[in-house]
Design a protein around this ligand. Structure first.
Ligand code: SAH
Length: 354
């Protein structure tokens, strides 16, 4: 496959242009256009001959929006991104008072096997490259930009895939995303969510990037967590929590714990008490999420009263906790659900599935 230009830093692009016999200022121009989410045909100022030469040797963007769903309730937008090889990943755009957050995917599918997650049902197809992740951001930013006002201000790595299972590419993506000469999104405005790969958490702590680390915790005991998340057998709680502590101490950033409430699995008030005991002494915040129904798995969220009681118990035990605002529920739910329904549809229509 042709090289993807959004995979390159500006310096690397200048080198590449040098190899193609083009001056560095051309590389800077093209880099500027790429950062605006443009493909070769949108690159005004670049002569036709050079555009054709580039097109013959490289691809500009690594992801393009092939379907958009807009929530009539809260304006949340969900996208299906087509990658160059025909694979599909998804993203979600949410408007908050502090800015616009884009949730991006880091892999096609996922190999982690969490019981409640639609992304993992068919395993991991492949990793996304740094430029593919960047193109998710650049195309959506271009869609929502108003003059100088950026369309995407915050990025969360919470779409399909396990970011720490695609470590090197995710790290380069974060460098591209925050490059001063690029779209320049501060890593303070970025959250990376992991199911708990302890070796990756320790590596990330050493990079000290200033981003927020979210841990998908979802259960307060090994027995419950291993039943929901196979990764817990490899990295059980007695290894995960110390890694969180190390991360917090190394970076000075508090950890965010994601806790999806699943009726009958982790919603007892004793679970709230165990959770409070587990995170005691750690600077952290707990996000409660009523689980999004994944019909293949038969898992349900608790009733409203159950959610409130769980939250209340955590508050009584002095845990910093909020319930995550559920956005875009009406347009195809969480993590992998949109891509999945697209794949099911393609299968029904007999068209080749990516
Ligand atoms: N692999 C990473 C990031 C992707 S998942 C991780 O595990 O954190 C992003 C978040 O959505 C995770 O917290 C994940 O556990 C959660 N999630 C997945 N399926 C869900 C569902 N059906 N309901 C609620 N949250 C879900």
């Amino acid at each position: 496959m042709k090289p993807l230009l959004t995979d390159y830093t500006l310096a690397e692009l200048e080198d590449l242009f040098g190899q193609l016999g083009e001056p560095a200022f051309r590389a800077r121009q093209v880099y500027g256009f790429l950062q605006k989410g443009l493909d070769f045909e949108g690159m005004a100022n670049i002569g036709k001959a050079l555009r054709e030469k580039l097109e013959a040797n490289a691809a500009a963007q690594g992801a393009s929006i092939c379907k958009t769903l807009v929530s009539p309730l809260d304006g949340t937008e969900k996208y299906l991104f087509a990658l160059r090889d025909g694979n599909i990943v998804e993203g979600v755009f949410m408007r908050y008072h502090y800015g616009n957050t884009l949730c991006i995917s880091t892999q096609v599918g996922c190999r982690m096997g969490c019981a409640f997650c639609a992304s993992t049902l068919e395993g991991c197809v492949r990793d996304l490259s740094p430029g593919e992740m960047l193109s998710e951001v650049l195309t959506v930013d271009a869609l929502h930009r108003q003059g100088d006002k950026r369309g995407v201000t915050n990025v969360v790595l919470m779409g399909s895939g396990e970011p720490l299972d695609n470590y090197a590419n995710v790290l380069k993506f974060l460098r591209l995303l925050s490059a001063p000469e690029g779209i320049c999104i501060s890593l303070r405005n970025v959250s990376l969510s992991t199911c708990g790969l302890v070796d990756g958490i320790d590596r990330l702590a050493e990079e000290n990037l200033g981003l927020t680390l979210s841990i998908s915790l979802h259960a307060p005991t090994n027995e419950q967590r291993s039943a929901l998340m196979p990764v817990n057998r490899r990295w059980p709680l007695e290894q995960l929590l110390p890694a969180c502590k190390r991360y917090e101490q190394r970076t000075g950033r508090r950890i965010v714990f994601e806790y999806a409430l699943i009726e009958g699995k982790n919603t007892d008030l004793r679970d709230a008490e165990r959770l409070a005991a587990l995170v005691r002494g750690l600077r952290c915040h707990v996000n409660l999420i009523p689980v999004n129904l994944v019909k293949e798995r038969g898992l349900h969220p608790p009733k409203q009263a159950g959610i409130e009681a769980f939250e209340q118990r955590l508050k009584e035990l002095h845990v910093s906790v909020t319930r995550r605002r559920e956005m875009g529920d009406d347009i195809g739910g969480a993590c992998g659900q949109l891509r999945r329904s697209h794949l099911e549809q393609s299968a029904k229509n007999g068209s080749p599935t990516p």
